[in-house]
Ligand binder design. Structure first.
Ligand code: G6P
Length: 366
């Protein structure tokens, strides 16, 4: 079947808009009607696994970085993560009882496939998260979990990212409860939180007009900084990657606490700083990072919830108010404004959104 733009100007916008539906499909596939986890991982025993090794490239790698945070935080399982091109040539030693997880939209990325082949026979099980179930990576894994995003046409990945994250979220909850780090009641709350995603993502898509306005300003810059902390740090990386890929603006994602170790030297009036920071236990620290930027004449675009925006204090250049969301699902939800900001910056610059220069959807050569 031919995939059409369904009234949208670009596949990218169509795919952004599809996220509430496809994320709902992931939940339907991996959760059961009685509020439990229904993800089948034959032969995977989270109580005996000592380590997880995640390998991927590009946006899939950033999904893995969020998953590392979740596995360590909720399931108390240590995670090593690497980009495939580094992993495969470093030939790392693999400790006993390691579960390997390969993440790939296409399932054909050459470096990711080569890294998987290196692991075969050395790890206990290879699980892959893939969007193309008949792909090489899916075929060569012990267990292939489809991410249910549907065909993704736009070179810049959007819905595959949030579907990878949602699939990972269910796996983390399964691991956490099997390892005794979540009671039945706590698990039920976390699952109920996941079910809030489609509605919250629709809400985030509905504030597109605000992101368009901010993006028109951001598009006038040459350099843009993205900051995030903890589980939002990978979102800063993903926000910067999306902007680079389709608007050709130079953007860098940094962990908020690293600002003073270099990137603050870039800050001036012409270098906007996008802060992705919902209210959490570390929000005060993020506020002081923003103040460091503002004290140097830098302009801050704060993407956060109403409570955090109210406590952030004056001096912020622009704000985008996101709906309140339970902590674990915040990285999934905040992908939406990061995508919309890049999309509208690209429109403002007049670039080819769906087919950006020099990039390929699937990198099947080294
Ligand atoms: C290319 C695409 C990216 C993608 C990466 C990994 O660089 O342009 O959007 O994240 O490959 O692709 P995969 O299919 O393995 O997820």
């Amino acid at each position: 079947t031919r995939i059409e733009k369904a009234g949208y100007k670009h596949f990218m916008m169509k795919e952004i808009a599809e996220q509430p539906t496809v994320v709902g499909d992931v939940l339907e596939a991996y959760l059961d009607k009685n509020g439990g986890v229904a993800m089948d991982l034959p032969g995977v025993d989270f109580t005996t696994i000592r380590r997880i090794s995640i390998v991927a490239c590009g946006t899939a790698y950033y999904a893995g970085l969020v998953a590392k945070h979740w596995f360590e935080n909720y399931a108390r399982l240590p995670v090593d993560i690497d980009v495939a091109s580094e992993f495969r040539y470093r030939e790392p030693p693999i400790p006993e009882v390691t579960l390997a997880i390969y993440v790939s939209q296409s399932g054909e990325t050459a470096d990711t496939l080569a890294a998987l082949r290196y692991c075969a026979g050395k790890v206990d099980k290879i699980v892959s998260l893939v969007n193309v179930p008949e792909s090489s990576i899916a075929r060569e894994s012990d267990i292939a979990l489809p991410i249910h995003a549907g065909v993704e046409v736009s070179v810049a990945s959007t819905k595959a990212f949030t579907c990878m994250l949602t699939t990972f979220a269910v796996m983390v909850l399964k691991a956490a409860s099997e390892r005794g780090h979540l009671t039945e009641d706590e698990l039920a709350v976390k699952i109920a939180d996941l079910h809030k995603l489609p509605g919250l993502m629709s809400h985030a898509i509905s504030i597109e007009g605000e992101l368009d306005k901010a993006a028109r300003k951001v598009a006038l810059a040459h350099d843009v900084l993205f900051l995030g902390r903890g589980q939002m740090f990978p979102l800063a990386l993903e926000g910067a990657l999306k902007l680079k890929e389709i608007s050709y603006l130079h953007a860098e994602g940094y962990a908020s606490g690293e600002l003073k170790h270099g990137p603050i030297a870039l800050v001036d009036r012409d270098t906007p700083t996008v802060v992705l920071a919902p209210h959490d236990g570390l929000f005060d620290k993020t506020v002081s990072n923003m103040q460091e930027v503002m004290a140097r004449g830098g302009r801050v675009l704060l993407i956060s919830d109403a409570r955090a925006i109210a406590t952030a204090g004056g001096g912020v250049w622009r704000t985008i108010t996101m709906p309140d969301a339970p902590e674990m699902i915040q990285p999934i939800l905040y992908a939406v404004p990061a995508q919309l900001l890049a999309y509208h910056a690209a429109i403002a610059k007049g670039t080819d959104v769906d087919q950006p220069r020099n990039l390929a959807k699937s990198v099947t050569v080294e």
